[in-house]
Design a protein around this ligand. Structure first.
Ligand code: ADP
Ligand code: ASP
Ligand code: MG
Length: 240
């Protein structure tokens, strides 16, 4: 059994939440499941990094912005691996280029083209949980790229597709997909299942709960995504 679990920024916002996510991962690993964990930057880190860069240069080169922003996810990945280590679970963190996530060279909105090495598979075969920094890859010319805001979802779906995972779970701060943003509309209705088409329409209408390319990729590979709460872990919404 092979499972990809993605944890978004709010699900890793502080040490307590990060450890709770690691706890969930460790339970799976102890059952002998091969786990690939995709992590976002903690809390509002990406927004804060953008602000800081703007103070230095309001129009910083896109190439440099990507190299800079990718660091947020790298911090999370190493911290997650260390949290797992503290729980007695052997884990290794990989940033995008180490994991072989090959992209085009559209800085700030790069598209994943494929996996260029077998490092993740090798680590899984050595019984390591593999923690991959989301939102980033490497272009053919060898530069760090980022996938666009919310892009860690796409990292998770791409890895689930390329590594033929049995399950792709997106853990977030709501317990599934609703017909409207449940934080704004308390009477929003939750879906237990939603089609790719309907999900893409929700995103087009402004729902930023999933990165659009993650849904397009899942549709192309006929892969189901489960969106669920990192707080409860209760069954969420199946997209697909
Ligand atoms: P993460 O940090 O886990 O990637 P996001 O902030 O990207 O989380 O996505 C989760 C947020 O998406 C929720 O907190 C919610 O406010 C918002 N959201 C917007 N539209 C919807 C919707 N239709 N269903 C569920 N959540 C939605
Ligand atoms: N950290 C990035 C962002 O805030 C990517 C992600 O969270 O998926 O957009
Ligand atoms: Mg997101």
């Amino acid at each position: 059994m092979r499972i990809v679990q993605k944890y978004g920024g709010s699900s890793l916002a502080d040490g307590e939440r990060l450890r709770a996510a690691a706890q969930r991962v460790s339970q799976l690993a102890r059952q002998g499941v091969q786990v690939i964990v995709v992590v976002s930057a903690q809390g509002d880190t990406t927004d804060e990094l953008i602000e800081r860069a703007r103070l230095i240069n309001p129009r910083g080169a896109a190439r440099e912005m990507d190299a800079y922003l990718a660091a947020g996810e790298q911090f999370s990945a190493s911290l997650m691996a260390m949290a797992l280590g503290a729980m007695g679970v052997s884990a290794v963190s990989l940033c995008g280029w180490q994991a072989g996530i090959l992209t085009d060279d559209v800085y700030g909105n790069a598209r994943i083209l494929g996996l260029s090495n077998d490092r993740i598979m090798k680590e899984l075969e050595n019984d390591n949980v593999v923690v991959v920094a989301g939102f980033q890859g490497i272009s053919q010319r060898g530069d760090i790229t980022t996938l666009g805001r919310g892009g860690s979802d796409t990292t998770a779906v791409a890895l689930a597709a390329f590594l033929k995972a049995d399950l792709c779970q997106i853990f977030t701060d709501v317990d599934g997909i609703y017909d409207r943003d449940p934080r704004i509309y308390p009477d929003a209705q939750r879906f237990s299942e939603i089609s790719y088409e309907k999900m893409l329409r929700l995103i087009q209408n402004g729902a930023q709960v999933l990165h659009d390319r993650s849904v397009e990729l899942a549709r192309a590979y006929d892969l189901k995504i489960e969106v669920l709460s990192s707080l409860t872990g209760a069954p969420g919404t199946i997209v697909g």
